[in-house]
Structure formats: C-alpha cells, structure tokens
Design a protein around this ligand. Structure first.
Ligand code: M6R
Length: 608
C-alpha cells in the first residue's frame, strides 16, 4: 500500500521525509518521490525502485532544500510503476503538489472534464486529477479549493497537499484511507501510518473521514468538509515500532484479514457505475465476450481455489463451460484450446513461475489470455492480453487472505458482466446481485468482529493431528481453501473432501474426536451435507459447521455452528472463508507457529 509523509517545521524537510518513508517500506512500494518548497518554488524528485534510489538521487535530500515538504511511496494501481506515475503530482504551473493513497473512482470522468477545459495530464494516475482539480478550484484560498474537490471526488483518499502560494502550511485530507497528523518540538507531521512519526512524537490525531487538517510549524487545526473548524483530541501511541508496522496487530496475517472489508470494497465499487459493471482496464468488447465458448481458469494454491469457486459462478450465471487447472498441471497436459477459448490466469504476485509458464503456453496456442493480478506491472500483468486488477494492496503474510478475497470478488464481477452481455441474466438480476455484492464488505466486517468466538473454539484444536473439511459445490471450494490455510500455518494435517465422496474411502479415517469442519452454505444441497455430517458424527467426529443464518437444521446436527449472513449463494465463499481464516490463525497462534512466515514457504513462488 502506498505511504504518505509530510513535514513543516524548523528543520530541513527532505531528510525527515526520507526517514519517514523508510519506516513505511514494509508496506510495499515500487517508486518514491518528494516535493519540497525551497523558498521560491516547489521542487520535486521521483524515482522508480527502492527508496535508496531517491535518496542517492537527492544526496540524502540535500538537493531539495526547504522546511516544508511531502513524500510518498507508491504501490501502483492506476498506471505502471514509472517515474512519471510516481507521486507527488503537480498542477500544470507546478504551484500545487499532491500525494495520494487510495483510489479516485470517478477519475476518468473528471479527467475528461478537465481535459475539455484544456488541462494536460502527464501521468496515467488517478491522483493527477486531484492536482488539476485543485488548480481549477483554487482562487487564493486552499481550504476552499480542498472542500470543493472533496464534493467532486468519489472513492477513497488520503491526501497531503502543499501550495507554493501558502508555504507556511500543509494540508492533510482523508476519506476511507488512513491518515494521521502529529506535532514534534520543531514542527508538524503527516503520515499514512504510525511508524513514520514515532521517532518524532507519540501524540497523534487520527483524521476521520471527510476531515481536513492544516499544519503549520506551530499548530495543527482541523476542519470538516464544509470548511468549518472542528475540535479533535489527540491519542497517545503505546505501541513499539514493530507493533506499529502491523498497525497494532500481532501479525500481518491478522492485519490483512482485517483489511478485507476495504479490499473487497476497493475491488468492487470502482467497477460499479450507474448500476452497470465497468472494468475499465479489461478492454474486452461485448462481441468478444459473446464469442467465448470455453474458459480455462489456471492458477496455483489459493488463487486456484478462487478459480474453483468461480467455475460455479461462471457456469451458473453466464452458462460458459469452465475448466479449472493447477498451473503446474495445465502447462504439461496439452489442453484443447481453440480460438474462442479464454484462459484466465489468477495470481496475487503476478510472478508465480507455473502460472506465468501456463500463460505463455496459452499465448503460444493463440488463445486470448486474461490475467487477474494484484501487482501492477508484474510479469503476468504485462504479458497477458487482458488484465483485471485486484486492488488488495501489498500482502505481506505468506498465507493469503485479503488477496484471496479480492480475487473472488473480481471473478464475481466478471461472471456477472459476461452473463449480462450474453443475455443470460436481465438488468433486474444484475441489480439484485450488485446490491448483494456491495453488502459484502460490511458483512465481512461483522464476521471479523466475532473473532473471539472462533478463537475460543480454535483453542480446542491446538493438539489436533488431522482435521477434515467437508462441503459440496462451492462449499467444497471453500473447504479446500480452509484446509490449505490451516495446514500451511499450523502444520496440522488437513484435507478437504467433497462431502459426497467421503464414503468412498475417507470416512475410514474418522474416529472418536476427529475434528471435522463442514461448510454448508448452499441451500439446495444443504440436506445432503447434513446427512454427511450425521455420518461422521456417528463415527465420533467433533463437527463445527459453517452455514447461513436462518438454517436451523444444522444446530441439531453439528457440535458447534458458525453462521454467516444471508447473501447470494454464488457469493457465500466471501463470507464463509472468514471464520475459516480466523480458525487457522488462532490454531497456529495457539501452537506458537511463525504465522506470517510458515516454514518452507515463500510468498512468491518464482521457481517451478
Ligand atoms: O502469487 P500467486 O497468487 O500466484 O500465488 C499462488 C500461491 O502460491 C498462493 O496462493 C499460496 O497458495 C498462498 N500462500 C496460500 O496462502
């Protein structure tokens, strides 16, 4: 995720900005930049790559003299990781500089309007819109211009802004993207995360949604979106630097699980415009979508599990036959591909060796390839014919959680879009599904808030040797991911089984006390899964069931029931996976495992 720092005070700004940005490096980035007011004008320096490049380029900040500045580490979303896309961004006269975290959802519309008024853009970013829009509204009063753009800009943003005509202040603005401000003895600071300021102060103000802070050397004052002055209370940060990097969470995995509501929202909401699904970067016309006669979904690990779910969604909604393959199998199995086949490669990192090789093989066969990728500018993103990004931000824990959730919802959007274009669903059905999709972030948040219940339950399984996960259809796909999460971080052997397949062998492994997790969110096959739960319980299994609210039958059958809120059956994975992630996490913590870096595993598997 991008990082923001800002400083105004008695000291040179650039070294403080570089130091703050270094504290945010753990968040992941691909380029960095700074803008500093030198007494006459705003000077800027930006560089692709590590912060060290920017630091060396500016001689540790010496070439950017001045006591007022903003800095940024960028994790590319809109536009490749290049110098010109790096932040800060200027207005045309270079009198306003902006750094931004988040996504400006209506940037295309705003960009078009600004271009019609003669503004020229020099980057592919959504952020540059903010700089030009500020310029458009600025008539001498920065606060007035800022409040005006806040009424125009949709999406999420944390902004740091400096105006050359007002070099005695910097502005911090926030909506749905974190931002803090604080005062040290010699000045005031902005940061997107606590570690960047801990060296200077432990006393910070958390900017809330649609609030503005104006920082000067001596003071910080706050305003609401209407420019009215407001009072805020500061908070004392008690965490040490390592805890601060994790936002106070014990592990990155826990932090990332808690980021899922935002991740899902960021992946969905910019793609829903006036009740329609618009995936801007996809570049697939209706005719092209109509011609697809088969989809191959190819991926590894958790990404493969999301494909396993979306097979049901694509087939059910768009009525396109789907095959799902592990990339390491696909690349060697000589699959039958024709010119109307679409090969979808799913990858968080965009660098997984087998997935990349499968993509290249598919391209050699002349079929259209689509990458669903999290890392902008990664190999799969660059080489696939089409790309759709998941906007999960960088994921640090080896066990994927938020990228998994983003991959799922990206595929739901695609499936709904394909179904609509192919005439398999009507506008009303689309609208009902979009309504359900938009509810997912809040529903995930609710499930996360019940973590103590799952923790209590997980504590019973710390000594388990084997755990079985059961489900049918989409519930089987959820079980596969639940099982992988458990084994990779807790080192407990687990297996996911299609519930109907139990009797063909696996049931002989069930004995007194064997933990079984049954996923039963699909109403149409609920009774079938319940029968399988009865079968394992009567052989001594201890069963936790994950099912949908209002399904009382499970209560009588399982030992412990976790309910997920009602949603469209196709989207249930997005909710049912949350208690399973929490379960694995708490079992692993209880066993004292290295949750974020499980043994023998790497975050990005770049070898075959
Ligand atoms: O970067 P990718 O999405 O291509 O990675 C694929 C798998 O290696 C990955 O999902 C792996 O299974 C996760 N660490 C599981 O939590």
């Amino acid at each position: 995720m991008c990082g923001i720092v800002g400083y105004i005070g008695k000291k040179q700004a650039a070294p403080i900005l570089l130091d703050g940005l270094a504290k945010l490096e753990y968040r992941g980035y691909d380029s960095a930049g700074m803008a500093v007011y030198n007494g006459e004008k705003i000077q800027m320096a930006k560089a692709t790559g590590r912060l060290k490049v920017l630091s060396e380029m500016t001689y540790e900040g010496e070439t950017l003299p001045g006591t007022v500045g903003i800095g940024h580490t960028r994790w590319a979303t809109h536009g490749a990781p290049t110098d010109s896309n790096a932040h800060p961004h200027f207005n045309e006269t270079e009198t306003i500089a902006v750094v931004h975290n988040g996504i400006i959802e209506n940037y295309m519309k705003l960009k078009k309007k600004l271009e019609d008024k003669g503004y020229q853009f020099s980057s592919e970013t959504d952020t540059e819109v903010v700089a030009h829009l500020l310029d458009y509204y600025y008539k001498g009063d920065p606060l007035e211009a800022i409040t005006k753009i806040m009424h125009r800009v949709e999406g999420s943003y944390a902004l740091g802004i400096i105006f050359a005509e007002h070099p005695d202040v910097i502005y911090a603005v926030r909506k749905d993207s974190p931002l803090i401000v604080g005062r040290s003895g010699e000045g005031s600071l902005i940061a997107s995360d606590v570690p960047a300021v801990l060296k200077y102060t432990r006393n910070v103000y958390f900017i809330e949604n649609e609030e503005i802070a104006r920082l000067s050397t001596e003071a910080i004052v706050f305003f609401n979106v209407d420019g009215e002055s407001i009072e805020k209370e500061s908070k004392q940060i008690e965490w040490d630097i390592h805890a601060a990097e994790k936002g106070g969470y014990e592990h990155f995995m826990l932090k990332e699980m808690n980021e899922q509501p935002a991740t899902v929202r960021d992946t969905i909401s910019p793609r829903i415009k006036d009740g329609e699904i618009v995936i801007e970067e996809l570049g697939m016309g209706d005719e092209e979508i109509r011609q697809i006669d088969k989809i191959h979904i190819v991926a590894c690990g958790s990404a493969y599990h999301t494909g396993f779910t979306s097979k049901y969604v694509f087939e059910g909604l768009a009525r396109i036959p789907v095959e799902v393959d592990l990339a390491s199998e696909f690349r060697y199995r000589n699959p039958i591909l024709n010119k109307n086949t679409l090969v979808i490669i799913i990858s968080q990192s965009g660098e997984t060796a087998d997935s990349l090789a499968a993509l290249r093989m598919a391209k050699e066969c002349g079929v259209t390839t689509l990458g669903i990728v999290n890392v902008v500018g990664s190999s799969i993103a660059r080489e696939a014919d089409k790309v759709m990004y998941t906007w999960a931000g960088p994921e640090i824990a080896v066990a994927t959680t938020k990228a998994y959730s983003a991959q799922l919802v990206a595929q739901y959007l695609l499936a709904i879009l394909f179904a609509k274009v192919r005439g398999k669903i009507d506008a009303e059905q689309v609208s009902t599904m979009l309504h359900d999709l938009k509810k997912l972030p809040d529903q995930i948040e609710l499930l996360l808030s019940h973590k103590e219940r799952i923790q209590k339950f997980a504590n019973r399984f710390i000594a388990a040797r084997d755990v079985f996960f059961l489900g049918r259809g989409i519930d089987y796909a959820i079980s596969m991911e639940g099982s992988l999460k458990l084994k990779e971080i807790s080192y407990i052997h687990s297996e996911a089984y299609a519930a109907g397949e139990l009797k063909h062998g696996t049931i002989s492994l069930i004995e007194e006390g064997t933990p079984v997790i049954a996923v039963a969110t699909q109403n149409e096959i609920l009774k079938k899964t319940i029968s399988n739960v009865v079968e394992v319980r009567s052989r001594g299994a201890f069963v936790m069931a994950v099912t949908t609210e209002g399904t009382a039958e499970m209560e009588k059958t399982a030992d412990y029931v976790v309910y997920i809120p009602q949603t469209n059956a196709y989207f249930s994975n997005s909710l049912a996976i949350i208690p399973l992630q929490l379960f694995s996490y708490y079992v692993a913590v209880g066993k004292g495992c290295d949750v974020d870096k499980p043994r023998n595993l790497a975050k990005s598997v770049t070898v075959e």
